[in-house]
Design a protein around this ligand. Structure first.
Ligand code: DON
Length: 565
């Protein structure tokens, strides 16, 4: 029987309709042959790719991007915060740099408690006392000196130019700044930078940051000492004293980037290289994967109640362990080997039944939390075989919203990541224990999970996200979306995600992320369905070594870019 043209068209239209109903994502990543840079800011991605095209390696590009984001993505890009860099070198070395902020020397355990011993979150989130000693400049320059091939002046100059000459505000960046207008108006120094003479910015305005340009020039000319010993530290400390902060010059002089062994795990034959404490990211990711490896998933099981049940039951145990056992390893003995062992993973898997175990049977308190999107991750891979996965942050959106007068950069409010009082939740609803109590020079526990997945010991995925406590679960699901569910990188990043962090005992999910059927099945198993949230903003790379193709995807939830070279 012959099918007429029109009935063919109708048939294919019909198929198209069915498939758009069934397929949630269905996009393609950016492809390239020589390298890839994926960041939350198109300008920064282009700068990174240009460095690669000039012959720089992934570390050179990552450092250039780190400085560029401080200018073009002020909501989270920074030189006033801290972060973590996971590095895979072409010679097979895996290493990490910890440039997390430290508690100032004058910090003390109960500094955010009032006279009755109550924890007031605004104290650890607002004002000069909420900031830790910044680590970003130390970390980026250390990375360049140890593993880069270019000069600091070459990789920092694009950021200086953008700060000095300005860049055109896109709709998204203008909006992100204007969303915090009321806060910026409270501080003269912030009003000067983040409002247009007291008015909100408009899309299309030229955004110039002269003070930041001058600070970056000092860093260019004087390196680490320029920031930590001389002019910048001195100005910073003077401003701190003026505003009843507790910083001293010694805080800056003592600051060190720490090179740490990565957390190494494996999942179904892939090697996982991720961040060690003081981030909880690597341990929690590997622990969760070790549990989930005990279950088989078919490709069609993505989004099913069986998968989400197993995922959530795993996460409850992982986040409970996080609260009890994790903190800065230089101050607290973190049981890394135990938590990341395959044996512990299979022990947990054996405890999981068909029913949800309520979180209060794993521990006691029930809590509420809110989440923002204000950290940023970027991924870089080069043609030489190097890869860099970096997440850095000033914690909340625009940190504590205070620009350091004359220096043009924002203060972090990372002190809120400490456990100010056992059992009292921080802004991400995370509770902690002695492991993460405040002590001078200690680094606050993080959830940042910059990760490199290796296949046959070569970079396969470079991945990470912002999202506070949800970062770990987002990275985990994106890796599973590729390895277990066979998605391409775009789909793996774009499809809706869910989150559970033990406390509060509820599942958060993204729009269209849980069908009514799945919700019903999950509820029947004893799960509590919580609210809808946007979860994470992945910036990822996947490398097909055999075909020599780099794939890049900037999360469609954000407004970044994958720039190939
Ligand atoms: O280090 C951490 O875990 C947090 N300070 C990260 C903050 C964050 O991701 C904010 N964005 N949602």
């Amino acid at each position: 029987m012959r099918i007429s043209i029109s009935s063919k068209i109708i048939t294919s239209l019909f198929l198209l309709l069915i498939s758009t109903q069934l397929i949630i994502a269905g996009g393609n990543p950016v492809r390239s042959k020589n390298g890839m840079v994926v960041t939350a800011s198109p300008l920064a991605s282009d700068i990174g790719a240009k460095i690669l095209s000039q012959g720089g390696n992934a570390i050179d590009a990552a450092v250039a991007v780190g400085f560029a984001l401080a200018v073009t993505y002020p909501i989270a890009g920074n030189i006033g915060g801290g972060g973590f860099m996971v590095i895979h070198l072409a010679d097979g070395t895996n290493t990490t740099l910890d440039f997390r902020e430290t508690a100032p020397l004058a910090a003390f355990e109960k500094m955010y408690l009032d006279s009755s011993g109550n924890y007031a979150p605004e104290n650890s989130q607002l004002g000069w006392k909420s900031a830790g000693v910044p680590g970003t400049v130390h970390g980026l320059i250390t990375a360049l000196n140890k593993y880069g091939s270019m000069q600091l002046k070459e990789v920092i100059q694009p950021a200086i130019d953008l700060a000095e000459n300005g860049f055109i505000l896109t709709y998204d960046i203008a909006n992100s700044i204007n969303a915090y207008y009321d806060d910026f108006m409270k501080y003269e120094s912030s009003k000067k930078i983040f409002t247009n003479n007291g008015k909100k910015f408009l899309e299309g305005d030229l955004f110039i940051q002269k003070d930041l340009a001058n600070t970056l020039k000092l860093i260019r000319d004087k390196g680490i000492d320029g920031f930590y010993k001389k002019e910048i530290a001195e100005k910073f400390v003077a401003e701190s004293q003026k505003n009843r902060g507790i910083f001293t010059l010694k805080d800056f002089e003592d600051y060190k980037t720490i090179e740490r062994e990565p957390i190494i795990g494996s999942y179904r034959g892939y090697k996982i290289v991720s961040m060690a404490p003081p981030s909880s990211g690597g341990i929690c990711l590997v622990q969760a994967l070790n549990v989930l490896e005990n279950f088989n998933f078919t490709k069609d099981e993505w989004g099913s109640s069986r998968y989400y049940h197993l995922l959530v039951e795993t996460l409850k145990r992982v986040y409970a362990d996080r609260s009890f056992h994790l903190g800065d390893p230089d101050f607290y003995p973190v049981p890394v080997g135990f938590l990341t062992s395959k044996k512990y993973g299979s022990n947990i898997a054996n405890l999981i039944t068909d029913k949800a175990l309520p979180s209060n049977r794993i521990s006691a308190t029930n809590l509420k939390y809110h989440e923002s999107e204000e950290t940023t991750h970027y991924s870089v891979a080069d043609k030489y075989g190097n890869a860099v996965s970096t997440t850095y942050t000033i914690n909340s959106a625009f940190g504590n919203r205070i620009i350091v007068e004359g220096l043009g950069f924002l203060l972090n409010n990372e002190m809120d990541d400490f456990s100010s009082k056992p059992g009292a939740p921080n802004q991400f609803g995370l509770i902690g224990s002695a492991a993460n109590s405040i002590q001078p020079k200690k680094r606050m526990l993080s959830s940042m999970t910059p990760t490199i997945v290796l296949k046959d010991d070569k970079p396969f995925m470079v991945i990470g996200s912002p999202g506070g406590s949800t970062i770990i679960t987002q990275v985990l699901q994106t890796i599973q979306n590729v390895i277990d569910f066979g998605m391409n990188l775009y789909d793996a990043i774009a499809v809706p995600r869910i989150h559970h962090q033990w406390l509060p005992d509820e599942i958060n999910y993204e729009n269209h992320g849980l069908s009514e059927d799945v919700k019903r099945n999950m509820t029947e198993r004893g799960h509590i369905i919580g609210s809808i949230k946007s979860l994470g903003r992945m910036e990822g790379i996947l490398i097909d070594i055999k075909k020599n193709v780099f794939y890049g995807t900037s999360d469609p939830r954000g407004y970044g870019k994958a720039t190939g070279y």
